[in-house]
Structure formats: C-alpha cells, structure tokens
Design a protein. Structure first.
Length: 313
C-alpha cells in the first residue's frame, strides 16, 4: 500500500514508524525544513522511552502533496488548529481515503469541508506522547494503537479492510468507534482541565494540590454535562459516570489523576504536551467556549481551573 503520513510531529513520526513495520507498505512522511533533512540523512530515529529502545527507519519523505499524488491512505497528523491552513491542499488531492488523527473538536465540520463521501473520511486518536528533539523523536507509549471511526457513523467494511491491511503483521491495535465526533469531544473534556491545571503549576503536576486534582475531575464532569446540553450524545458509561461524585468510577479516576500527577508518565503525556502546545490548548478552549455559549450549564470548577490558561497575545 502507498501511504502518506501528512505531518512529522510526535504523532506522525510514531505512526510512520508503526506503518513501516509492515514491509508491504510504502510509507512517505511529509516533513519540512531541517527536520526533513535530518530524516533524509540519518533516518527517522525514535527513542521509545518506556521500552528502552531506539529504532531507525529509512523512509521516503516529501515536503509537498500535489493534487496528482495518489495514495491508498492519507493520515493527517497536524494539530487541529492548523487544519484550516492545509485543508485546500487536502481537498485538491486525488486520494480517496483520509484519516485525521488527533484532538479535533470539529470532526463533523471537517467531514463536510473535505467534500468527500462519508465513507472516505475517518477520524482517529493515537495513544502516544513525547517530544521532538534535534535529531530524534522521543515517544512515550505503552503499546501502540488508535481509536478510529467515522465522524458520526461506523466505518465501512472497505475502509476497515484497508486499515487492517496497513497494520497487518504489526502489534498496532485498531479500536473501532462509531461516533468519533462524540469520542473526541468527550476526550477533550478531560484533557482541557488537565492542561489548565498544568498552567496553574507551571507544568509541574506534582505540585498540584488535592483540591486542584479534585477540580480536574469535577470540571470533566461539568464539561460532559455541557456537551450533552449542547446536543452531543456523550457516552455516559465511558465518560460522565467516571467523573460523577460518589461513584466507584470517580474514585478510580481520582486515583488515576493522582498517579498521573506523581509519575514521569503524567509529565510526558500531559504536562510536556500542555506546555509545548499552548496554541493547541487555546484552540480547543475556544471551540468548547463556543459550544458552551449554546447552553446554560454552570461550570464552576471548569471556570476556576480555566483562569490559568495563557491568553493569546
């Protein structure tokens, strides 16, 4: 399969590495500038932190997607706030199957903007974090995989077969979900309060107080209630009930937040990303503020944490 990974950040590089493990694939990574030169000269070097190993993949790179460049799959791994800039390029391309990977609060709108059949556009979330250094990527993950599906409907059988073929023979796990617009919004409902708390303690989550960690969970619950009021069909069992006061799931979530705040995993997966991707968090915050404006839901904990979000200059 001819596969393009559009974007060479933490998500895109890890994804390109995973796809390259299937020797039937011809993987091209869209990168630019000095980072492209590094990959061309030295290969895509990834330090898998938890696995204590380093991999080097020699792969094709490009710095442009022309309309006539046809791929069997195109994975788009740029941040949601950057999608408007690359949308004209993606729309003009003749490839049929696109997967948008990452925190996107506007999956339905992106589906419409691509002007493709519903069964040709998917959305996914990959479970790794990390950072890009001068000549390598540091990736943090506990087993690689992606939750993936259509914006508001299950993927077609043809799309699933294509994805399964892409990862054939690799340990990469695909988890299918029928409404990724809901999944992504519900995921962001927890991510944003965590980011707000990071800004309150200058990225040192271990310095958060018991009250701040409690407010993270309270804010996530408030946000789920807000999303439902805004017409988003939140899966309560997987989201709201995990944050609801007095439930067993709530206690588990509080323990998870404490563990996240005290370990290097939380630092890499939450703190580092929040501190390095302020513009992305601001973009997500604005998207949720717009949703909230359509409701009358009170969000006391959310508002308290949100005060620490850096404001645009």
């Amino acid at each position: 399969m001819r596969i393009l990974v559009y974007g060479a950040g933490v998500q895109g590089c890890q994804l390109a590495h995973s796809l390259a493990q299937n020797k039937k694939n011809v993987v091209t990574l869209l990168a630019r500038g000095e980072w492209k030169e590094v990959i061309d000269q030295k290969g895509l070097t990834i330090r898998h932190m938890l696995q204590r190993k380093t991999t080097v993949d020699r792969m094709q790179t490009t710095d442009v997607l022309a309309p006539e460049d046809v791929y069997d799959l195109v994975f788009v791994t740029v941040q949601a706030g950057q999608l408007a800039d690359v949308l004209p390029i993606l729309k003009a391309n003749r490839s049929q199957y696109f997967i948008f990977v990452g925190n996107d609060p506007y999956a339905q709108e992106m589906l419409q903007a691509m002007q493709r059949p519903v069964d040709k556009i998917a959305f996914g979330f990959q479970n790794n974090a990390g950072r890009r250094e001068h000549d390598r990527l540091v990736s943090v993950h506990m087993g690689m995989g992606m939750t993936v599906g259509g914006a508001t409907a299950p993927l077609s059988g043809a799309f699933r077969l294509r994805l399964q073929a892409a990862f054939e023979g690799t340990p990469y796990k695909l988890t299918y979900y029928s409404d990724m617009d809901e999944w992504l919004k519900s995921h962001i409902a927890f991510i944003l309060p965590c980011a707000y708390a990071c800004y309150a303690v200058d990225g040192e989550l271990s310095r958060t107080t018991v009250e701040q960690r409690r407010m993270i969970v309270d804010a996530a619950w408030e946000c789920c209630e807000m999303l439902k009021a805004a017409g988003v069909p939140v899966n309560d069992a997987e989201n709201t009930d995990r944050y609801r006061e007095g439930t067993k799931q709530r206690k588990k979530t509080e323990r998870m937040v404490y563990w996240m705040a005290q370990t290097v995993i939380g630092k890499w997966c939450i703190s580092d990303h929040a501190m390095r991707a302020v513009s992305e968090m601001q973009y997500l915050d604005e998207a949720f503020a717009a949703l909230r404006a359509t409701t009358l839901v009170e969000m006391t904990a959310w508002d308290e944490l949100r005060r620490s979000l850096p404001r645009k200059k």
